[in-house]
Design a protein around this ligand. Structure first.
Ligand SMILES: Nc1ncnc2c1ncn2[C@@H]1O[C@H](COP(=O)(O)OP(=O)(O)OP(=O)(O)O)[C@@H](O)[C@H]1O
Ligand SMILES: [Mg+2]
Length: 404
């Protein structure tokens, strides 16, 4: 095999591929391969040298989606490789190192980060990570602000916008996050029987809400502010005792900065909702850490953003302090709206989260879903009133008190 034409690798051919196409392992190495991917889109293999235990990850994009078999542009794989490399420069150590990218086979060879744990799973085990808010805000500020017009040369930025047009993957977000939870025009929502009337009333029939989500969708589609990660949920973030690694930027494109921040914030509310609804004896330390993390996400984002802004923005117009304040305010407002959209879509859409689906007690599941939907709605409707993490938490607490 010379791998000059794309075909789907399997655990046997991927070993041959690594031997023929790379010099990462010695030619005589005794390699084994396993498919480890649990995602919906691509194929992930771990290749291990059985003697030295050195390992790498091979991520391959197919022309068809792994789960549904629907076609999906493989250019997402180039975007992922380039963005991972860029993120590694802006936020050193916070993404897996990319060893190579093969545009023919649509393969990325990268660092194996198996010593880190999927944050969503860690949160379900009620683990705490004191460093998390610090690392994730560094990641967001350091990877996003340098890609804006405020920092980049205006022509180079326009070229970059073109290079990272990602229509297929954006369409997934535009539909599944920003349309279908409110207008179920493709009939793809999956809603438990007991909450169907609730969703009808609270989402499908709420035109004031739909208007606000429409504005967010318009913003998402037209505000080419920065090169986003685009899918920064807690399953794309891996954690260890002292650091994080962010994976999977295949949804990257030029969009509103608040989208990534809002995604992280929204995902923490799944963990918070899950713990309050499911635990009869509340794990106080975990809850305190989670609430503090939500607060710090906002406060650290603001302080790091302002600091970095002062350091790297050179444009005579944009470096005015009053412009910086305006710009930050719009990002924070966007983030609140997108956090609300992420929360709602994970409850009613088909891409659900463990924090919801693993709740087997029917009544608890109904309750959790309602708390999340109403919180998401209030975030969207009160974008301009919410200023701090405490404001988010107060909204959530009040809704929870009314429902529990
Ligand atoms: N560099 C890596 N090191 C170790 N494990 C990895 C690495 N990259 C991916 N994985 C494993 O494979 C899983 C799926 O990876 P990833 O999210 O990149 O795939 P995907 O097909 O794009 O998934 P999704 O449907 O979420 O978009 C991860 O949750 C993780 O368990
Ligand atoms: Mg992915």
């Amino acid at each position: 095999m010379n791998f000059t034409k794309h075909f789907l690798l399997d655990p046997v051919s991927v070993i041959e591929y690594v031997k023929v196409k790379t010099k990462i392992f010695s030619p005589a190495a005794n390699l084994s391969a396993t498919e480890i991917g649990d995602g919906n889109i691509n194929y992930i293999f771990r290749i291990t040298d059985e003697d030295t235990k050195q390992s790498i990850i091979i991520k391959q994009a197919d022309k068809l989606l792994r789960q549904s078999g629907r076609p999906l542009d493989v250019d997402r794989n180039r975007i992922e490789a380039e963005v991972l490399i860029m993120e590694g420069k802006f936020a050193e150590g916070l993404v897996p190192e990319v060893y190579f990218y093969d545009p023919v086979m649509c393969v990325i060879g990268m660092e194996d980060i198996s010593s880190y744990q999927n944050l969503r799973k860690a949160l379900m085990e009620r683990k705490t990570f004191l460093h998390f808010s610090d690392h994730i805000t560094t990641f967001i500020v350091n990877t996003l602000l340098p890609t804006t017009d405020l920092v980049m040369d205006a022509s180079a930025k326009k070229v970059a916008v073109k290079k990272y047009v990602n229509p297929d993957l954006c369409k997934i977000t535009e539909d599944l996050v920003l349309t279908e939870p409110y207008i179920n025009y493709k009939q793809r929502n999956i809603i438990i029987e007991e909450n169907q009337n609730f969703v009808q009333k609270e989402l499908y029939q709420d035109e004031a809400l739909i208007l606000e989500v429409g504005k967010l969708k318009q913003n998402f589609m037209n505000n080419a502010q920065c090169l986003l990660h685009g899918d920064l949920h807690t399953g794309s973030i891996f954690v260890s005792a002292d650091s994080i690694k962010v994976i999977d930027p295949e949804f990257a494109f030029y969009g509103p900065l608040g989208y990534d921040l809002g995604n992280v914030i929204g995902n923490l509310f799944f963990a918070l909702g899950n713990v309050y609804v499911t635990e009869s004896i509340l794990p106080e330390a975990y809850i305190a850490w989670l609430r503090e993390t939500i607060e710090k996400l906002i406060s650290l984002f603001i302080s790091k953003f302002n600091k970095k802004y002062k350091e790297i923005v050179t444009d005579v117009m944009f470096k005015k302090p009053f412009f910086m304040k305006y710009y930050l305010d719009t990002i924070l407002t966007d983030a609140i709206g997108f956090a609300g959209c992420e929360i709602i879509r994970r409850v009613v859409g088909d891409a659900k989260v463990d924090e919801v689906t693993l709740v087997k007690d029917k009544n608890k599941r109904i309750t959790l879903e309602r708390i999340l939907i109403l919180s998401g709605k209030e975030f969207i409707m009160k974008q301009k009133q919410i200023k701090t993490g405490i404001d988010y938490l107060n909204i959530f607490d009040n809704i929870m008190l009314n429902i529990l």
